[in-house]
Ligand binder design. Sequence first.
Ligand code: SAH
Ligand code: SF4
Ligand code: F3S
Length: 477
Amino acid sequence: MTQTVGKDEIEKQRSFVYKIKQLNSNYSARTGAKHLALTETYGCQQNENDTERIRGILSECGYGFTDDPYKADVIVYNTCAVRENAEQKVFGRLGILKHIKESRPNMTICLCGCMVQQEHITEKIKSKYRHVDVVFGTHALWRFPELLYQSLSGKKEVVDIEDCDGYIAEGMPVMRSSADKAWVSIMYGCNNFCSYCIVPYVRGRERSRKSENILNEIKDLAAHGVTEITLLGQNVNSYGRDLDENIDFSDLLKMVNDIDGIKRIHFVTSHPKDFGDKLIETMASCDKVCHQLHLPFQAGSDRVLADMNRRYTKAEYLDKTARLKKRIPDIALSTDVIVGFPTETNEDFKETLDVLRKVEFDNIFSFIYSRREGTPAAKLDFALSEDEIHQNFNELLEVQNEISLKKNKAYEGKTVEILVDGPSKTDKNMMSGRMENTKIVNFPGSEELTGKYIKVKITEAHTWSLNGELAHGEENV
Ligand code: SAH
Ligand code: SF4
Ligand code: F3S
């Protein structure tokens, strides 16, 4: 059963925040310096959003922030379990931290998130990574102040990986990573149990936040200057099914669309089985809902889709995307694809390529299947060798790169509006922003444009991004 964390519990956590703050201000009074915290996030936007809560707590506890592990007094790694490489990265980092901690034994190392919600991982950490001080799973996030305080007070091996359906905790502090854009979780957990996926096991059952709490959060963000929001959930299309309110995702979207100050609304992730005409109509009629949709199809073969427990067919997927494109012709589509699901043959894989060619996604996120302990697919034998899977993966990228470039080329010469993010990550001399359909545009300009909506003329298309220049006389619209 879904449990909402009571106000008294949140208050109790606030009292631990206060106690840590006392410790930190005593330290500052003594030394004139501030204790510093470092956070690092692996995984999806849900995790990014959770890290913003962790940083909110740390900030209220009186910590400053650093990116340098040699300077950090508290380190929090918020982990992901979706594929093996995400876990390997964390183990690699923990190896490095072991050396750092030898020279700085007072530092507190915390590990949280999806990866440690798995018992076999927590056991491994307890036995082989003994320099980790605090381990807490996704369901214990709101208890972080208490767990950190226990560790700071000298308790060894603080572990909280309660196995449950999950909570909803309202009213926790949050420190946003951007002043202009914000993620807003509308629901947590997943009930879909796709046969390859660990998420339902580590994130608990689907539970929706009350619309009032979501809307108040967004109104508050808008009042503080945020103009772009992304509604988050593993399957936003099932929003509201577990609530007493009579509301679905389309209804919520309309309410968010009515909030003054918000200019762009995105949402992830939609599940094809639950995506339908009502939402297409809502997307078309709500002026702030961006013309962009992330709709993972995972595989093109009906047999593989059935083995994946996805509950739609290739034809249904193609039909839904065709209807969407007809109603919203400038829609930009993205998707997730898994290559090398155990039962996938080369024939099956051709069906995946066929979906790419028919739908013409603007971009895709492609993954080689990774075996996840405890999921049904983990028991299956592989139809293809590792080499064959890698060949297919490369072919998939080639086919998609051509499509992405073609779609981007269509923007050459056009003037588009972008929200400026800041200096480009790939070219320090350029600024970078995003169109409403999330396409990245790099352009020469000053840093002062950060957070502004400006018009740029697209000069050159690349596979992953566009180049542009400020449209003459039209900046700062
Ligand atoms: N709830 C979202 C996202 C889940 S995780 C959804 O349903 O689409 C993001 C992506 O990771 C998935 O869409 C899938 O493509 C990929 N993924 C999940 N488990 C995986 C696994 N075991 N191996 C490889 N990719 C996986
Ligand atoms: Fe995983 Fe499927 Fe749930 Fe997405 S819908 S999180 S892929 S189980
Ligand atoms: Fe990873 Fe957890 Fe997200 S497993 S993808 S961080 S829900």
